[in-house]
Every structure is written in structure tokens, then in C-alpha cells.
Design a protein around this ligand. Structure first.
Ligand SMILES: Cc1cc2nc3c(=O)[nH]c(=O)nc-3n(C[C@H](O)[C@H](O)[C@H](O)COP(=O)(O)OP(=O)(O)OC[C@H]3O[C@@H](n4cnc5c(N)ncnc54)[C@H](O)[C@@H]3O)c2cc1C
Length: 642
């Protein structure tokens, strides 16, 4: 492999930028529904809006065919309680998810006092994601074992050929998670968008929302963006917009050498959506919640090769001497946990210290029944995501799962340092139409607070698309403020006016450092205010020195500005919550009591006339989930029959 260093040593010159530069050009695009972000939620929103006859523009920073966290694939379609083999009632399941956040993912036994769930999104997921899955199949996605490759595998039903995850359905008592061929999904979604006439703008970064009269808090009437290849400016004029840019996985960390950013999530998830919603005046909630980075940072692996635990759900762990660990597989008592109970983890930990269990640990592939090994290796790892690359690379190197064990890194590496965090689970406040507090702005997928995963993104995207289309039919055209457009143009093109100063990496590193220092594991009012001061300093003294030499670097620079805004939101929300909370991973040294009853509520923040305004909402502000879902969806017709 030739390295850049060798290339330059041999007299090589940096290749010229391969696309025409058009910073001075502008396109104005008019549409009924504008979808921002072409990931899972965005594609589904575009498709369902287009099915109603609305004109739809879909704007995506990467290439819709594989962009986003779900682009490369996925292996579990979670929480699909309306499927024919389900043993649970969808409404009851949604209620349970609302009371026990993380169900199927943790060993939570007692209802959580302050669950901070999203009752609206969960109800939609439980009611509609089976329909969504069937629609996926209509579009060409593979959702069942039609080729009879896995006959005899645990969890496979011969009549429907659906394959259920045994891990999350102990003794087949629930059957709510279906294993699927997720690598087929994203290309099918893009194809369907095209078939329906959705105008796709790939490689365009959306940078701001446009509001009626340019007023903060007014109806959203469009958005701005630019091509990250040519630099051309785009002004989108819309009757309704769906925000679906997912989260932000880089606010506490920049790691260009080991993993680019954070290998587990899309490189493009840099908090742009939340930053633009904030600037437009939308009310946000749970912005104070963070999680410690656990996966895919490049600093830490769970399994050799870097994939997560979920895809390895059936594998018995053994120690270096082949001794079985109490790291059970199928039929886990609580169902769905990726890890043994805290008690068993403690036993293993002690066992490691006393020599009872010898490190390293391994996944015992050869010890598995042939069909289960095939399911894990070929279907789960093959379809999950970039894990396909891992299995292919291993095979090429001679790894044979029927003969070889695969190393697992648990207990060799500790957890990630606590200052490296993910912004987690905050987003715009939404109502039963998935509408934000701004007219004309809808929200879907991981952009919503307390979001679920792939099937949640799909079903909420599908829902938000049809609601946005409904709204666009009832409302007249909005008027774009040219002054607002001009201000945004000045903001985003500032970095191309310089050719030296601070580049995007340095700025990003500074923002991440601020968050690590002042908004880390333990928080105090003083630290949080110091964080705000530090970001202000960056904003006033360093941002004006940002330079970008091409449209791609310009995109990275504008992403930094989203990170900066996102950091300010997190710090403000953290100041507003004057209590600690286990579930929010939020610990204030100055307010140490964990989850006191009076703080068991959503804290909200928004910008009003440029000033931060904090507020609150009750923990179940959405009311009766079943009744409200039904009253808002009287016209819902199920699977598309078009
Ligand atoms: C490795 C991996 C494996 C996973 N496996 C599973 C699984 O098996 N089952 C499961 O349920 N879930 C799984 N997930 C989670 C699932 O992929 C996500 O929950 C889902 O993709 C979220 O959908 P989304 O549309 O909200 O976000 P994404 O799919 O990430 O889409 C967001 C899109 O917005 C675009 N974007 C961002 N900013 C802008 C901007 N400013 N302008 C324009 N576009 C923008 C991004 O490029 C991206 O395409 C996995 C995730 C990963 C990373």
C-alpha cells in the first residue's frame, strides 16, 4: 500500500479537486415535502409522502444508496409485536417498553421510576413496524428465509419462513424480534424513492431551516444546503419538512487516526439536525443525556474485528482453557440482554482475578450446532453491517468457524474512558403527528428523543412522511426570507474566504476537548459554565479563522459549527437539570440525589429571540398511548396496496 508520505517523497503532487467549483451558483428547489437526511427514516418518509401524491425532495449528505447507520445493513428487526407469531399484544408491548426502557437490551426487572422513554415513537413502532417490514419486502428487501438456507435453525418458522432471534425471546415466549437480511434494504429504499419520482439530492449537506419571515419560532418553510462536491448553494422551499439526520457521535471525540471518527456510527452524524432545529427555535428535550462510548471507537473492541455483541448473540463464551463462562446464549432468563446479569458479571470479574477464568475469552464457534453457526456467521454477521467485510476478511485469511474460535475482548480492555461520551437520546419535542413545536417541521428516526433503532427509524419515518404530506395538502405556500438566506450564505461560505488559520480537525479537537473537560462524567454548575465560556471563546476567536480548501472540507467545517452549537445546547440543558439521574447517565456533584421525584420530568430548552429558555414536560406527556394513536390515525390503511 502506498502511503501519502511515500507518494510525496517520490515527488507526487496532491491531485486537483475532481469536481467543478461553483460556490457562486445557487439553485432554488420547490417541493411539497422536503426530507432532510436520506438514511432509514428519511427514505421511508420520502416514500410514504410520495405515495400520497405529494412532490418530495430528499436531501442527503452522502449517497442515499448506503448512507447512514443502517446503510450497510442490519440483522435484527426489533419490536415487531404485530407479527403473526408474536405472543404479545402490540399495545401492551408498547406500554411495557415505555415503562421499562431498554427492554430487550438490559436486564431491567422493575419498572423504572423515571423512564424518559418516547411513548409516541414506541407506540408507532409497535403498531406499524410489521406493516413497514412487509412493505420493505414489496420493495425487494429480504425479510424471510425464502431460499430455505436455514431450515432447522432455532426460531425459524417453516410456514412463514420468518426467523426470530432466540436471544430476545426466551423459550419463544414473546417472538418480537425478527432476523432479517438488512444489507438488501437501503438499495431497495433508494430504488423505490426513484420509482415514485422523489427528487434525490445526494452529496448535499443541509445547513439550516428557513422560517417564515426569517423569524425564530415561526413556521418552517424550507432549508438551505450546499453540494459537498461543487460547493453550489441550494435553497429549498417546502410546505412541510421532515428532519431525519439522526444524532451526533463525535461531540466528545475526534479520532482521525484510529477510526476516522467513531466506527460504529455514520461519519455524517454530526448533530446538524439538532443544531438547525435549535437555531430555528424548536423546543428540544433530553439534551443533557449522554452515554459513555462503548463500541467502535477504535480504542476498544468487544470482538476481534470490532463488531458489537448483538450479532454474536448465540455464541457461548469460553476462557483461554476452553472453560465455559456463565455468559449464556439462547434462553437468557430475562431475554434480550447482551451481557450476563450484574451478579454474573461480578462472578466472571472475580474469576478472572482469582485465576478461575483465564483471559482471553473466545467465542466457541466450533462448539455450536452447524445450523446455528451458519445463522450467526452468514446471516447475522453477514447482514448486520460492515461486519460482512469482517467475515470475508477472516475467511480469506483462513478462518473457518467450524474449526476456529474467535477472540473476544471482554475484560481485557476496560470500558472506554468516561470523558469520551456520546450525545445520546435528545431531540425535538414532538406531538402525535411527529410534528415538532414548529409548524411545518416533522421529526423521525434517531432524530427524535429516546429513539429506538432500525425498525423504529423506518416506522417513524414512514409515519412522519404521511403526516407531513397531509399538512402540505392543507397549507398554502410559505415565503422564504431572502435576508435569512443571505445570512446563512455568509455563515457557510466564511471558511472559503481564507486559505490558512484553523482547519476543521483542529476546531473539532478543541470542541471535543471542551466537552471532555467541562461536561464529562461529573458535572457542576461551575464546570458547565466554564464549558459555555470555552465554547464562546472558540466561537468568537477561533471560528472566524476556519479555512476550507475545497467543498468537502467546507462540509467538515460546517459540521464543526453544528458540533459547537450542539455542545452549547447540551451544556445549557445540563445546567437546567438540577438533579442527577441514573438513566440519563447524568451526575451533578452539586445535586447528587439520584432521580428525585420532583425532577422526574422532561427538561426542555429552546431559543426564543436568541435567548435560551428552559421549560419542562411531564414524564408521560403524550397521554394514553393506544387511545391517542388511534384518534390520530383513523385513516391509516396498513400495508401499501398501491
Ligand atoms: C453497525 C450498526 C449495526 C446496526 N444494527 C442494527 C440492527 O441490527 N437492528 C436495528 O434495529 N438497528 C441497528 N442499528 C441501528 C440502525 O442502523 C439505526 O437505528 C438507524 O439507521 C437509524 O436511522 P436514521 O434514519 O435515524 O439514521 P441514519 O440511518 O443514520 O440516517 C441519517 C442520515 O442523515 C444524513 N445526514 C446527516 N446530516 C445531514 C445533513 N446535514 N444534510 C443531509 N443529510 C444529513 C446522514 O448522511 C444519514 O444518511 C445498527 C447501527 C449500526 C451503526
Amino acid at each position: 500500500m502506498t502511503k501519502w508520505h511515500d507518494f510525496f517523497q517520490k515527488g507526487g503532487k496532491a491531485p486537483p479537486w475532481p469536481y467543478p467549483i461553483r460556490y457562486d451558483q445557487e439553485q432554488e428547489i420547490e417541493t411539497d415535502v422536503l426530507v432532510i437526511g436520506g438514511g432509514i427514516a428519511g427514505c421511508w418518509a420520502a416514500i410514504s409522502a410520495a405515495r400520497t401524491g405529494a412532490t418530495v425532495a430528499l436531501v442527503e449528505k452522502g449517497d442515499t444508496i448506503r448512507s447512514g447507520a443502517g446503510g450497510p445493513g442490519c440483522d435484527h428487526w426489533c419490536h415487531v409485536p404485530a407479527n403473526p407469531h408474536s405472543k404479545v399484544d402490540p399495545d401492551e408491548w408498547a406500554k411495557k417498553m415505555n415503562e421499562y426502557p431498554g427492554i430487550l437490551g438490559t436486564l431491567q426487572k422493575d419498572p423504572v421510576k423515571c423512564p424518559y422513554a418516547n411513548g409516541i415513537g414506541t407506540q408507532i413502532q409497535c403498531r406499524e413496524n410489521y406493516d413497514t417490514l412487509l412493505e420493505m419486502e414489496q420493495m425487494g428487501g429480504k425479510i424471510r428465509d425464502v431460499d430455505d438456507e436455514y431450515i432447522g435453525a432455532e426460531g425459524r418458522y417453516d410456514d412463514t419462513k420468518f426467523m426470530f432471534s432466540p436471544r430476545v425471546s426466551p423459550n419463544h415466549s414473546t417472538e418480537v424480534v425478527i432476523r432479517i437480511w438488512g444489507t438488501t434494504f437501503k438499495p431497495a429504499l433508494k430504488k423505490e424513492c426513484k420509482r415514485l419520482g422523489v427528487k434525490i439530492y445526494d452529496r448535499v449537506m443541509v445547513t439550516s431551516l428557513l422560517t417564515e419571515g426569517g423569524i425564530q419560532g415561526a413556521r418552517v418553510v424550507g432549508a438551505t444546503g450546499f453540494s459537498n462536491r461543487t460547493g453550489e448553494f441550494m435553497a429549498f422551499k417546502s410546505k412541510a419538512a421532515v428532519l431525519a439526520t439522526a444524532g451526533d457521535f463525535s461531540l466528545w471525540m475526534l479520532n482521525t487516526e484510529l477510526s476516522g471518527y467513531n466506527t460504529f456510527r455514520s461519519r455524517n452524524s454530526t448533530g446538524d439536525g439538532v443544531a438547525m432545529a435549535w437555531r430555528a427555535g424548536a423546543e428540544l428535550t433530553l439534551m443533557e443525556r449522554t452515554g459513555i462510548l462503548m463500541l467502535g471507537t477504535g480504542y476498544k473492541h468487544t470482538w476481534y474485528g470490532g463488531a458489537g455483541d448483538a450479532s454474536y448473540e448465540n455464541i457461548q463464551l469460553v476462557d483461554a482453557n476452553g472453560k465455559k463462562l456463565p455468559w449464556p446464549l439462547q434462553g437468557w432468563p430475562d431475554g434480550g440482554a447482551m451481557r450476563p446479569s450484574p451478579e454474573d458479571m461480578e462472578k466472571i470479574y472475580k474469576g478472572v482475578q482469582t485465576g478461575e477464568y483465564a483471559l482471553p475469552f473466545y467465542g466457541d464457534f466450533p462448539g455450536m450446532p452447524d445450523i446455528e453457526r451458519k445463522v450467526t456467521w452468514k446471516l447475522m454477521l453477514g447482514e448486520e453491517s460492515t461486519t460482512k467485510i469482517i467475515t470475508k476478511t477472516y475467511e480469506k485469511a483462513g478462518f473457518d468457524p467450524s474449526k476456529h474460535l474467535l477472540q473476544n475482548y471482554s475484560f481485557i480492555e476496560g470500558t472506554s474512558p468516561s470523558q469520551w461520551r456520546n450525545a445520546g437520546g435528545g431531540g425535538p419535542v414532538i406531538d402525535w403527528d411527529l410534528k415538532s413545536t414548529l409548524d411545518g417541521l416533522y421529526v423521525a428516526g434517531e432524530q427524535t428523543f429516546s429513539a429506538g433503532d432500525h425498525s423504529y427509524a423506518a416506522s417513524t419515518g414512514r409515519y412522519a412522511g404521511r403526516k407531513a404530506a397531509d399538512y402540505s395538502r392543507q397549507i398554502g405556500e410559505g415565503k422564504i426570507s431572502r435576508d435569512q438566506v443571505a445570512l446563512e450564505k455568509a455563515r457557510i461560505y466564511a471558511p472559503i474566504k481564507h486559505s490558512e488559520g484553523i482547519d476543521w480537525k483542529e476546531l473539532h479537537a478543541g470542541i471535543a476537548r471542551t466537552m471532555q473537560y467541562f461536561c464529562s462524567e461529573f458535572k457542576t454548575e461551575l464546570l458547565l459554565n466554564m464549558g459555555l465560556d470555552s465554547l464562546k471563546d472558540i466561537e468568537e476567536n477561533h471560528v472566524p479563522r476556519l479555512y476550507a480548501l475545497d467543498p468537502h472540507k467546507l462540509m467538515r467545517s460546517i459540521e464543526d459549527l453544528s458540533l459547537l452549537t450542539h455542545g452549547q445546547i447540551v451544556l445549557n440543558a445540563s445546567l437546567a437539570r438540577r438533579a442527577s439521574s441514573q438513566l440519563l447517565n447524568f451526575f451533578r456533584i452539586d445535586y447528587p440525589e439520584l432521580d428525585p421525584t420532583e425532577w422526574c420530568k422532561f427538561v426542555t430548552v429552546k431559543l426564543e429571540n436568541g435567548k435560551v429558555k428552559a421549560g419542562e414536560l411531564p414524564i408521560n406527556y403524550w397521554g394514553d398511548m393506544k387511545a391517542n394513536y388511534e384518534s390520530h390515525n383513523k385513516d391509516y390503511t396498513g400495508v401499501y396496496k398501491g
